[in-house]
Design a protein around this ligand. Structure first.
Ligand code: HEM
Length: 137
């Protein structure tokens, strides 16, 4: 039987262990995400993208941990609230664009990528994305 967590962990390690690869991976992800639609581009019009990249690297780790523990550290909770109705008010459908941009970037950077690895990323990140989409103050 396939273990999707194992598939995911191998890929995540290849993309995030080396700080150089990790930095390029996240930078390319944001390029793709901002190009995904005018709505996304508009949200990031005034954003310092360097800082944003650093913040995402950290919160990606938190999403992964959330998947295993189903407990949100205070930092993940406040990131989720920041995206909620009381603050940035990010439309839930924009999370599909977020995930598509991320998967396209995994495919580009993970030299061992397969369809099953991409499915593993979806399976592992799903709980954290649901949390981000639906937590409201
Ligand atoms: C699970 C998916 C996502 C994660 C993990 C994530 C993570 C983050 C983090 C860590 C921050 C920084 C928060 C802070 O400054 O305290 C942030 C800010 C932000 N995010 Fe997200 N985000 C996600 C999805 C999205 C989506 C779908 C959009 C839609 C366009 C979006 C738009 C923004 C914007 C506009 C900011 C504020 C940028 C600024 O301060 O100028 N995020 N996000």
């Amino acid at each position: 039987m396939k273990n999707y967590v194992t598939f995911f962990e191998g890929s995540y390690r290849r993309l995030t262990t080396d700080p150089g690869v990790r930095g390029d991976f996240i930078e390319r992800f944001y390029e793709r995400f901002v190009e995904a639609s005018p709505e996304v581009a508009k949200q990031f019009e005034l954003t310092d993208m360097r800082r944003q990249q650093l913040m995402l690297a950290r919160s990606l780790d938190e999403l992964v941990r959330f998947s295993g523990e189903r407990r949100a550290p205070e930092t993940l909770r406040s990131t989720a609230l920041r995206h909620g109705r009381g603050d940035l008010d990010i439309a839930p459908e924009l999370y599909d664009q977020w995930l598509s941009a991320l998967l396209a970037t995994v495919e580009e950077f993970d030299l061992e990528c397969t369809d099953e690895i991409l499915l593993a990323w979806r399976v592992v990140l799903a709980p954290g994305i649901e949390y981000m989409k639906h937590l409201q103050a």
